[in-house]
Every structure is written in structure tokens, then in C-alpha cells.
Design a protein. Structure first.
Length: 525
């Protein structure tokens, strides 16, 4: 429930996230607001009003400094490494809201008591009450996302706070015409309205919800202290007549520093784990490719940013049979790498005793299911080539479609049988299912010059900056446009085409390919 709500709540940001104008827009608007503050200060000088006192000047100077800090922070959001992340968008929205509050706070100080500028004072007060709930709401979402509080909060609480901001905004707009949150008197002075307490109640409810979530989630003391500071410091500042929204800005910056520091430490540990996983993964793959007059074989595996558990394998079953394996393990990091090694060893031991591929997959599935507390699984394509005849017998456990070149033309073989990935369903249950869902042997006659190519989903699901997939059609186009049919050069050419397609977009899945060209002299059927 919590996850589905979070997805719905993020729809607006999903639309914004794909547009590059959002962060620059906030930046330039904040620059414009800073300029507007200077203009209003000049406008004030045009009227016969008392000179600002030292305290008022200090307040206004603090607001201007805060706006300048907001501009610098928004510029940092644009140029940062994670300029398209959820956290960055919410942080920028918080900073912008706080900057707007500082601007309207400055305007109220400049316009207070000037009878002829009552309208501007009215608008400034309305703007302040519009921006305040937005700041609290964005802070609420930022804390929920950064500390993963959704799993500890009731759906009703999230919905109430999400919907509760709407009447507050409407009441803020109505305050321009009616004394809801505030009233600007005939002499230009402003006073609080009868409904001003509603905004305070919303802030209090958000604070209680966050504190409740932090308690259940057992958040660290540093996070808890900074979040409490966001609510308590402005409260005491208001009692002591100190700058209010400068305190909120300081708390936001401090919260960001604490979260960034802890995430940096976590990232360092994760990178160390991924490095270990990569070493495990690469060290278990065969690097010496056989040199046979009957066939040529080559395979590649390129680890992604988030290391998974892709692997390939090949080994002699006997003098006349060679086994070929391409597989993709679920999950990331060290657990996936360890699961990969276990699955690889099971498949090799079963295939090495002369079983047919379908039997190997069925028994491997049973072995994996016996001890699979982590509920991990692996998709596998297993083929056994009879070298003397060119007959390839293969079976599929939820893996990708096979690419074949016969008579000089490439094609993607459609699957008649779609066996389940190993580790998902007991073999006894699979045996009771329709034949198309079972592990079934398929035979393919390879003639001289024929090639087969198997791969993992990291190839077809390679994604560019426009969120487009490389896909089967582009893969088929790549192999057909290749000027070589040598396995090594062919795989390198496909990889170049994938790199050209994805350009600078980061990849989060391994790319694994295995190709074998049959060169045995066989009569063409």
C-alpha cells in the first residue's frame, strides 16, 4: 500500500524529472526575486517614510543574504552529479520555497506601515502564507524519501498531509480579499487573522508524523536532531523576535549535510562490496577459448555499474560434445555473485555426466530450490553441441531468444517452450504444467559456417538517455550489418553498436554474449 501511494504521489515529479528546464527555472526565478527585492527597497525610498531602524535593517540584510545563499544552492543543484535525482528535485524545491519566504519577509519589512503601498503589503503577506505550507510539504517529502519513512507511516497519514496543503493554499489566496490568515489595516500595518492557527496546526501535524516515523524506523541521532531543529529553532526565533526563515534555511542546509555525509559513507561501503562482487564474478568465468578446427567460440561479460550475476560457461562433456551456457542471476552485489557461482557449479556438474540439457535444468532447479532462503533465481540457456554432426541440443529456463545465422542470414528463433527460471518453482510443480512451460530439449542442425549467438537481457535492455531500449530489432540489425562472421570480432562489433546507442547513459545491468561458429564440414540439408 505504501509503495503504491508513493508511486502515485511521484507522478507529478516524474513528469518534471524528464524535463531539463525545472532546475534552471527555479534558479532564474530566484535571481529575479532577488532583483525584485532590490526594486522594492528602491520603491520604498520614493515615499516619505521613516528610515529603517538598525534591527529592521539587520532583518532585511539577513533576508537578502538568505536569498543569495538560495541562489548559490540552486546553482549547485543544476551542476551537481545527481541533478536528475528525486532528492535533488525535492531539495531544490525546498530551497526555492525558503527563498520565496525570505523575499516576502523582506517585502513585509519594507512595506509595513506605508499606507499607499497597502496592496503590495497585502500581496506580500499572501505570498508568505502560500510559500510556508509548500516549504513544509517539500520538507515532509524530502525527509520521507531520504530516510525511507513510507514503510513506517500509515497511508491515511500520508494522504491527509498530502491533501491538507490544498485548503491551506486556498485560504492563503483568499486572505488577499478577506482577513483569513492576516489583515492589512488602513494605515498599512498588518495583523494576524483568526485562521492563522490552521497553518500552525499543519506544521505541527507534519512534525508529529515525521517524529513518529523516525521513532519506528530507529533513525540515527544526528538525523533526528537536525529534523527537530527544523521545527524548534524557528519556533524559538519567533519567541525571541529573531530572523525566522533564515533559521529554516540553516536547518535545511544542515539536514542536507548530515544526509549527504551518511550517504557518502554508505556509498563507499557499497562500492567496496561491488568491487568484491566484480572480482568474484570475473574470476569464475573461463578466459581461455578453445581452438578447434570444428568450431570457433568466443564470449564476453561486461559488468555494469550495479554488478549483477551474469555468467557464461563452456566445457567439454566428452570428446564429441561441448556444453555452452549463458545465464543471468537476479539481484545485485555480492549475494548475486555468490549465487551465480553456486548455480554455475551445479549446472556444470550435472551436464558433465552426460545428461541432456532439459534434464540438467530440471535437476539444477531442484538443487537450487532445496536451499534458496534468499528467493533468488537465475535464467539459463544451456546448449550441448555434438561436434561430429553439428547437432545442437538446447533447453531454456526463462532466458532470452536465440540468434542464429544460417545460409548467411540472421534470424531470432521464436521460443516454443518457455521454461521457468531456476529457483522459482519446484520441479515437481513444473512437471504438472503444460509442455510449453517445462524444460524441453530442442534440436538445431548447424551446417558449415552457421553461427549461434546467445546473450543476457543487458544487451536488449541497454537504455539511452531518452529511455529507449536497444531491443531485439537493433540487435538483429547489428549482426546483419556486421562485416565479419568471426565470433570475437562479431561480439566486439555488437558491443560498439550498443555503446554508440546508449552514449553517456549509465548502464545498470551486465552485458553478456556468447557466440559459436560451426566450421565442421557438413552436407547442407
Amino acid at each position: 500500500m505504501e509503495k503504491s501511494l508513493s508511486i502515485e504521489e511521484n507522478k507529478t515529479f516524474d513528469k518534471v524529472r524528464n524535463k531539463r528546464w525545472y532546475l534552471p527555472l527555479l534558479f532564474y526565478l530566484m535571481c529575479l526575486i532577488c532583483f525584485a527585492g532590490i526594486v522594492i527597497s528602491k520603491v520604498r525610498l520614493m515615499f516619505d517614510v521613516p528610515i529603517l531602524g538598525a534591527v529592521d535593517a539587520l532583518y532585511i540584510g539577513g533576508d537578502i543574504l538568505g536569498i543569495a545563499i538560495c541562489i548559490a544552492l540552486l546553482r549547485g543543484c543544476i551542476t551537481g552529479r545527481d541533478s536528475s535525482g528525486d532528492m535533488t528535485y525535492l531539495f531544490a524545491s525546498m530551497i526555492f520555497s525558503n527563498g520565496v519566504l525570505l523575499f516576502f519577509d523582506e517585502c513585509i519589512f519594507l512595506l509595513e506601515g506605508i499606507r499607499s503601498l497597502r496592496v503590495l503589503n497585502n500581496i506580500s503577506n499572501a505570498g508568505l502564507f502560500i510559500a510556508l505550507p509548500l516549504l513544509i510539504y517539500f520538507f515532509w517529502r524530502y525527509v520521507r524519501l531520504s530516510l525511507n519513512l513510507d514503510n513506517y507511516l500509515k497511508v491515511s497519514t500520508i494522504k491527509i498531509l498530502q491533501i491538507g496543503i490544498i485548503p491551506l493554499e486556498l485560504m492563503s489566496i483568499l486572505s488577499i480579499f478577506f482577513p483569513v490568515f492576516f489583515k492589512v489595516n488602513e494605515d498599512g500595518s498588518s495583523t494576524k487573522g483568526r485562521w492563522c492557527l490552521a497553518a500552525v496546526i499543519y506544521v505541527a501535524v507534519v512534525a508529529v508524523a515525521i517524529l513518529r516515523g523516525m521513532k519506528l524506523a530507529k533513525i540515527s541521532r544526528s538525523h533526528s536532531a537536525v529534523i527537530k531543529m527544523f521545527f524548534l529553532v524557528p519556533f524559538f526565533c519567533s519567541l525571541l523576535a529573531l530572523p525566522l526563515f533564515g533559521a529554516t534555511l540553516f536547518s535545511i542546509i544542515l539536514l542536507y549535510v548530515v544526509i549527504y555525509t551518511e550517504k557518502s559513507n554508505a556509498l563507499s561501503a557499497t562500492q567496496s562490496e561491488l568491487s568484491t562482487a566484480t572480482n568474484i564474478q570475473l574470476s569464475s568465468l573461463p578466459r581461455r577459448f578453445p581452438k578447434k578446427k570444428e568450431f570457433k567460440l568466443f564470449a564476453t561479460m561486461t559488468p555494469a555499474k550495479e554488478v549483477g550475476g551474469d555468467f557464461y560457461d563452456f566445457f567439454n562433456v566428452d570428446k564429441d560434445h561441448v556444453a555452452l551456457v549463458a545465464a543471468d542471476v537476479s539481484g545485485k552485489g555480492v549475494p548475486a555473485a555468490l549465487f551465480m557461482m553456486r548455480a554455475k557449479a551445479i549446472i556444470k556438474s550435472l551436464a558433465g555426466v552426460g545428461m541432456n540439457p532439459a534434464k540438467v535444468l530440471s535437476d539444477a532447479n531442484a538443487a537450487i530450490m532445496e536451499n534458496n532462503d534468499e528467493d533468488m533465481f537465475v535464467t539459463v540457456w544451456l546448449g550441448i553441441l555434438e561436434i561430429s554432426t553439428g547437432i545442437l541440443t538446447y533447453a531454456d529456463a526463462g532466458h532470452e531468444k536465440l540468434l542464429v545465422r544460417r545460409n548467411g542470414k540472421w534470424e531470432i528463433l521464436q521460443k516454443q517452450y518457455t521454461g521457468f527460471a531456476l529457483g522459482t518453482i519446484d520441479s515437481d510443480e513444473i512437471a504438472e504444467m503444460p509442455e510449453k512451460n517445462q524444460y524441453v530439449d530442442v534440436q538445431l542442425q548447424l551446417n558449415q559456417g552457421d553461427i549461434i549467438l546467445q546473450y543476457t537481457d543487458g544487451v536488449t535492455e541497454a537504455t539511452n538517455s531518452k529511455n529507449q531500449l536497444f531491443g531485439e530489432e537493433r540487435l538483429l540489425e547489428a549482426v546483419n550489418s556486421s562485416a565479419t562472421d568471426e565470433p570475437k570480432e562479431l561480439l566486439e562489433y555488437i558491443r560498439d553498436r550498443i555503446d554508440e546507442f546508449v552514449a553517456e547513459a549509465p548502464q545498470f545491468d551486465d552485458l553478456t554474449m556468447l557466440a559459436i561458429k560451426y566450421t565442421g564440414v557438413m552436407p547442407v540439408n
